[in-house]
Design a protein around this ligand. Sequence first.
Ligand code: HEM
Length: 421
Amino acid sequence: MDHDSATSSGGPTPGTIPLDSAEFSRDPYPLLATLRDCGPVQRVRTVNGRTTWVITGWAEARAALADARLSKDTARFFAGRPSHRNLAPAVSRTLLATDPPDHGRLRKLAMKAFTPAAVARLEPRIREIAARLADALATRGSADLIEEFAVPLPIAVICELLGVPEGDRAAVRRWSNTLFAAGDPDAVVDRASHAISDYMTGLIAARRDEPGDDVLSDLIAARDDEDRLTEPELVSLAVLLVVAGHETTANLIGNGMLALLRDDTLRSRLRADPGLLPAAIEEFLRYDAPMTIATFRYATEPVDLGGVRIETGDVVQVSPGAANRDPARFAEPDAVRLDRSTGHLSFGHGPHHCLGAPLARMEARIAFEVLLTRCPDIRLTDGTGAGATGGTSDGASDAVEWRRARLMRGLARLPVTVRRP
Ligand code: HEM
């Protein structure tokens, strides 16, 4: 959230790939492919004139994600450097920004709340929320699938899981969106980080007084009984879960639905055989990764990778989206095919592999199943005019708009028409 995005002006050569352009947000894959053609690990200049290594090859990305010499500890990396940022520690120092041995301890505790049994228990409730949202779409006839389905579903799920009361969810969503937004000034992002951190501190205090049947209460018990999670660690874990748990999942549902809405044959196949949904979801994850652009690492030692030497202190940006379309790993990488054995890096790889992957997969399976059965005649609404501010309209359909790409790749608007069955 506090990193540079790689950029420059000029033609597509390493170091001058305009990774912050509107064109890149609309379709990053041609540029990522050009970059990969120049080599799987390339040095690229950032908007601030610094340089970063961008990893676009699948084998190199997978190796980097599991390499202990490439650290996630941002605080250590930035220590002693002048900074104008004032992010709340609960946002900047999460499990995701921790190296061993702390990382393993925190992750083990967090995993307690995400056992397969705990995730499976959520299924009926997720189905209920998805059905309510899908029925509302069918009643209205036309809608923005992002605003009215893909975003509210994961927000409701993660908030219920953590025990965030209904009345507070709009604020939590706002703060969380600001933390991920590409265009907000630093001060606004800093303020949102403190607001969400203060909110979670208060919620934890309330749950401690009055425990509920939720993950937060379970984590408080893990902290209080065994004293293995400090209070700041508890707050930062709660913040991470709420932030990591919704925009990514919303992007999976949105990006996947777009691929599905553009392919009538695939839609009919999935409707006829919902058993194909898990394979389709893996392919949607590969084809258009929710976190396409980057996840960051910092070299604590020199690392030889993809024919280059990454020096101590260098910033490394692994691009799951580029790795997922590496022709050396995936045949016909730009096509949606259900017959692949997976191996995508959309949930990362190695020690930081996504903790919420089983939950995200289940949410997506239910979302697609419910949409295909309750809104069988759902279609893209094409050419309805200009889109919302800050977005980027899509060449294939005027009405489809992408958010500005930074770390994530997700739609700002996906207008659909739904006829009642
Ligand atoms: C880590 C993607 C959903 C919680 C990660 C990482 C990726 C990722 C790529 C690793 C980042 C890195 O190595 O630098 C996604 C995607 C999702 C999704 C694509 C949805 C489709 C969720 C959900 C939750 C969640 C629903 C929680 C409820 C986490 C946590 C970590 C993580 C806690 C940090 C794990 C660690 O550092 O050990 N996610 N995520 N994610 N994700 Fe997810």
